[in-house]
Design a protein around this ligand. Structure first.
Ligand SMILES: [Zn+2]
Ligand SMILES: [Zn+2]
Length: 494
């Protein structure tokens, strides 16, 4: 049964999204946008096909029932995303509190240990003169002061760093929760409209077009965009710096929201920061081989460092402060690592055999995936955190998609995936893989991880020795790092 539609709902439907005092009069087919007369005048005067709405209603009837089902599905998914994000914030705050408690407990332990030490010393001098007691008191004071100072200088600095991370991550999750809420409201409105709309053809048409747009927005927020990138141009940029002794080897890339690009150079053992013109503006020398990098907050990254020979396996945090790279805290890993990614306070670190989950303070939560038959290499987490992608190399050469708890959801077995090296997921959920074999290619895989959507570039476009990949929303570009090459490649995409 259709409920009578209200005037309010009708007004909401026919009002231009941009110009709130105008009504929709036409559809631009090229942009597939609903327009008011001002929109047409301002943005679509050059467009070849702008059709008045009343002429469009002869088109085939819109499937409102189908849209209604789609709306219901998306509404449910947005709701669960909101819930999972609220849980993320709680987990993040819990991690921080636990870490503070551990640090204080550690200091208490140090103090007790030292006092016991001095006490023991004192006991062996029982019966000696009072001058010795005085000495012991002074020694105890010095010792306590030393421990407190160390706590101030090292531990408090580290806790402050972590507190800033927690505040920043909590802020971004909260704003994402707000986006969910507002989109949920809009979706619910449309869901109601679709039930009540009746059979006015013009209104049905407008409602269906607006519905499709909003469902698209929701899918983007859910990291389920299937939009295929279209490469416009490819440019090369040299990232070698005078102190680099060998040819560069860019194993990992990440982009800050302000457009700066950070790359790790495995052979020259440094992290380089590039400006928006892809010129190196700062660098920081790492103590060992940096293998991958991921964004933690808008001004902080985590670098996975792995040196098989010197047995250094650690995660090093680096802050960007006034155009400089400043090293912060770090934590040790009890295993080798080849890749790292981050989602709302959770770190995913991959070794050649296993994918691990870590908290921000370096506590290993669990192992999510284990492979004895083939080597796994890179990992990337979906924008909502509900899917994990891993690439495998020897004997397997596939892309595996895991659920949050490590359950295998899909395996992409496309033969084009032979020797996948770089792996990245965009904020809309598009999965990018770069292949370092014959031929070298950059592929886009669907968010479900089941099949290849497109080949974005091949050797015919001059791409070779592909090693790492990352998407920059600010520059609408895909950035590709190379193996034994001083250049990076930048694909302008639409
Ligand atoms: Zn308008
Ligand atoms: Zn147009």
């Amino acid at each position: 049964m259709k409920w009578p539609r209200s005037k309010k709902m009708e007004n909401y439907l026919i009002t231009c999204n941009i110009h709130k005092d105008e009504t929709i009069t036409a559809l631009c087919n090229g942009h597939s946008e609903l327009c008011c007369s001002r929109c047409v005048e301002l943005n679509h005067s050059q467009c070849s096909k702008v059709t008045p709405i009343n002429e469009l209603t002869d088109m085939q009837p819109t499937d409102l029932q189908g849209l209604s089902v789609e709306l219901e599905t998306v509404l449910g998914e947005i709701k669960s995303l909101q819930i999972s994000q609220e849980l993320s914030v709680q987990a993040l705050l819990r991690t921080y509190k636990e870490h503070v408690a551990v640090m204080i407990e550690q200091m208490r332990g140090n103090l007790n240990f030292n006092i016991d030490d001095i006490d023991e010393c004192g006991n062996s001098y029982v019966g000696t003169s009072g001058g010795h007691e005085q000495y012991l008191k002074e020694e105890m004071c010095r010792s306590v002061l030393f421990i407190l100072n160390e706590f101030d200088n090292i531990t408090v600095k580290e806790l402050n760093e972590m507190r800033d991370e927690v505040i920043s991550i909590k802020g971004s999750v909260t704003s994402s929760i707000h986006k969910c809420t507002s989109l949920h409201n809009d979706l619910s409105h449309f869901h109601e409209f679709v039930q009540k709309i009746g059979d006015n053809k013009e209104l049905c048409l407008i409602a269906s077009i607006k519905c499709k747009h909003i469902i698209q927005q929701a899918l983007t927020l859910l990291g389920k965009s299937s939009k295929v990138f279209n490469v416009q141009s490819i440019t090369k940029h040299n990232v070698r710096i005078p102190s680099d002794k060998r040819i560069c080897n860019i194993g990992g890339i990440c982009v800050l929201p302000d457009g700066h690009v950070l790359v790790v150079d495995c052979t020259n053992q440094n992290v380089k920061m590039l400006n928006q013109q892809y010129q190196v503006v700062s660098h920081w020398d790492v103590n060992a081989r940096p293998v991958d990098i991921c964004l933690i907050t808008p001004s902080e990254v985590a670098v996975a460092v792995n040196d098989h020979d010197s047995k250094i396996h650690e995660v090093q945090f680096i802050t960007v402060n006034q155009g400089k790279l400043v090293p912060g805290r770090k934590f040790q890993l009890q295993h080798e690592c080849s890749g790292i990614d981050h989602h709302q306070g959770v770190l995913f670190v991959i070794s050649s055999e296993e994918l691990y989950k870590y908290t921000l303070n370096g506590k290993q939560v669990c192992s999510l995936y284990r492979s004895f038959e083939y080597k796994v290499y890179k990992c990337a987490v979906s924008p909502t955190g509900d899917r994990l992608y891993i690439t495998s190399l020897w004997l397997d050469n596939k892309l595996h998609t895991l659920a949050r708890d490590g359950t295998l959801l899909a395996t992409c077995t496309d033969p084009a995936l032979y020797y996948p090296r770089g792996l990245h997921v965009t904020p809309a959920g598009q999965v990018l893989v770069c292949i370092n074999s014959w031929p070298n290619t950059v592929l886009q895989v669907g968010w479900e991880g089941k099949s290849k959507l497109a080949t974005l570039a091949t050797e015919e476009d001059g791409v070779r020795n592909l090693w790492s990949v990352c998407y920059s929303s600010t520059a609408s570009s895909i950035i590709v790092g190379l193996y034994r090459d001083d250049n990076i490649l930048v694909f302008r995409v639409e």
